[in-house]
Design a protein around this ligand. Sequence first.
Ligand code: 5GP
Length: 184
Amino acid sequence: MTFDDQEYLHRYPFIDRILITSEDIQLRVRQLANEISRDYEGTVPILVCILKGAYPFLADLTRCLAIEHEVDFMAVSSYEGGTQSTGVVKIEKDLTCNITNRDVILVEDIIDTGLTINHLVELLRTRNPRSIRVAALLDKKPARTKEADLHYTGFEIPKEFVIGYGLDYDEKYRNLPFIGIMKA
Ligand code: 5GP
């Protein structure tokens, strides 16, 4: 755990514990970027950041990529302020670029039930990309209700509500550099 992580724990006493330290996140993100750089050598993939939660992951991931790439953003909502998935996926902001014949990598913060990512992949497939893959920082496998095809996964985590590194509770705490669990 870094000094920064410790400081945040003091500042935010409602955090029960750190599940993944900022150091471990940075290390793993670099490994994923190396893997993506190898797999996509000679191509220019479009990395699609799923807002809001995936923004720190996209920023750190792209800074470690050794290949040319583009980024775009999509915003979806599947939660309404609480901690339970509604199963309803609403597109709040669509892509600005044309993905036809392009290699697309969807960059997600967390795969929980799998509903959001399945919906997005289905939607984007109708636009005829050359390929489409998913990079998810966190995989909450025990919560899955719909199977999801993940190509790049940072960490598998238990079925607990997590915050930090882009993940919020009521729009707050996205700034934490680690993945933490709140006190009950
Ligand atoms: P899914 O459709 O896979 O159930 O949910 C995906 C979305 O739900 C994620 O992109 C994220 O916004 C939200 N989500 C799922 N689990 C958590 C969690 O533990 N913490 C937070 N903050 N958001 C979560």
